[in-house]
Design a protein around this ligand. Structure first.
Ligand code: LMR
Length: 400
């Protein structure tokens, strides 16, 4: 029966973890998937999360189904975190929102919704490059996928002119996806001034902006600063969609907790959108899981846990920044690499887009047991002070 089923390729990101697990070398490093590790290279559960879990356990709560759109307290607090406590759109009850199966689930809900109800187009434009999962998510949602210029290989920075030109030339009312902060995979974000220019072109061309915010707090260490682009767009009258994830900033990877939201023009519109989100979600998975939403709700609603969380996010962001500096220092000062490695410290968030070529990536994995995605992206969050020198030595060896 299944003889005609072709063998598929491994996932470009999660497949790297599978290969890493099969490697027996003690020096092996997994810099593929974006998952934070502490300075001993161990998975890190935030202490605010441990405390929230303990409180929840002490309450002996039930395990009833959530509603289709999830935990109301969680959704409300998560939306405040994203749009800002003083957001007029929230105050005016015109943000449709639902809990989602983390960022991927939020993007899929958004893709499905746009594919059914966006009146002007059935195509979404992604930055080049973008997170590898964006294309299949939107294609499976029934949208065509296009691209706009983003990364400049010659500077390892943003190609702002190419980006603005492409956005200007797209058909009016196009759907464009933007990374709210800590762009994955490049670690290159627009400056506040560049966001202004982007916002203006999007406004002029009546484009619709779908923000993917998977790293709030990870770019700068400050959750408000990292939400600036989203908030700025909303305050300028853009009716944005937003995918929000708590995988990285609360370390809740396997709990799969996030939200999808859409800023509407009126409460009436918001109600109709929410009714359609329910209709779309019910046949997908009925209703979302309970535990992660309860944890986030607990952390966001208790001022002590909330401040503890803010300092833990900053701690993670700072450790990543210190690993960037250490990696560059080792490459340049200890191993005397002649290449320019400034982008390691200029880029932000979990990832560095190293500029390594596919054959160098392959060598790094085969000869040095360093696992990374084929595009040369490394997860800085996977480096520790114990192996940063080994990594620098290995990168130097394949780039000499
Ligand atoms: C990544 O890009 O490594 C993360 O977003 C994890 C994932 O699911 O791909």
């Amino acid at each position: 029966t299944w003889a005609q089923v072709p063998q598929g390729p491994p996932d470009p990101i999660l497949g790297v973890t599978e290969a890493f697990r099969a490697d027996r070398d003690p020096c092996k490093m997994n810099l593929g998937v974006g998952a934070y590790r502490d300075n001993d290279g161990k998975p890190y559960v935030l202490s605010c999360v441990r405390k929230a879990e303990k409180r929840l356990l002490d309450k002996s709560m039930d395990k009833e189904y959530l509603g289709i759109t999830g935990h109301p307290g969680f959704v409300q607090r998560a939306s405040k975190l994203a749009y800002g406590a003083d957001s007029p759109a929230l105050a005016e009850s015109r943000v449709a929102a639902t809990q989602s199966i983390s960022g991927t689930g939020a993007l899929r809900i958004g893709g499905e919704f746009l594919s059914r109800y966006y009146p002007y187009a059935k195509k979404i434009y992604l930055p080049t490059p973008s997170w590898g999962n964006h294309t299949p998510i939107f294609r499976d949602s029934g949208l065509e996928v296009g691209q706009y210029r983003y990364f400049d290989k010659t500077t390892n920075g943003l190609n702002i002119d190419g980006m603005l030109e492409d956005l200007q030339n797209l058909p009016a009312n196009s759907i464009v996806l933007m990374h709210a902060c800590a762009h994955n995979p490049t670690g290159v974000d627009p400056t506040a001034e560049q966001w202004d220019q982007i916002s203006q072109v999007i406004k002029d061309r009546d484009h619709f902006c779908f923000f993917d915010m998977a790293y709030q707090g990870f770019a700068s260490g400050n959750v408000d600063r990292d939400a600036q682009a989203v908030r700025q767009f909303v305050s300028r009258g853009h009716y944005v969609a937003l995918s929000q994830s708590f995988a990285k900033n609360m370390g809740l990877y396997g709990e799969r907790v996030g939200t999808f939201s859409l800023v509407c023009q009126s409460t009436e519109e918001m109600k109709a959108v929410e009714s359609q989100l329910k209709i779309l979600i019910r046949p997908l998975y009925s209703n979302p899981p309970l535990n992660g939403a309860r944890i986030v709700n607990q952390v966001l609603s208790d001022s002590t846990l909330y401040s503890e969380w803010l300092s833990e996010v900053k701690g993670m962001a700072d450790r990543i920044i210190s690993m960037r500096t250490a990696l560059k220092d080792h490459l340049v000062n200890d191993f005397g690499s002649q290449h320019n490695w400034d982008h390691i410290t200029n880029q932000i968030g979990m990832f560095c887009y190293t500029g390594l070529k596919p054959d160098q990536v392959e060598k790094l994995t085969k000869e040095h047991h360093v696992y990374l995605t084929k595009d040369g992206r490394i997860s800085i969050a996977g480096i520790s002070s114990r192996n940063v020198e080994y990594l620098a030595q290995s990168i130097h060896a394949v780039t000499k």
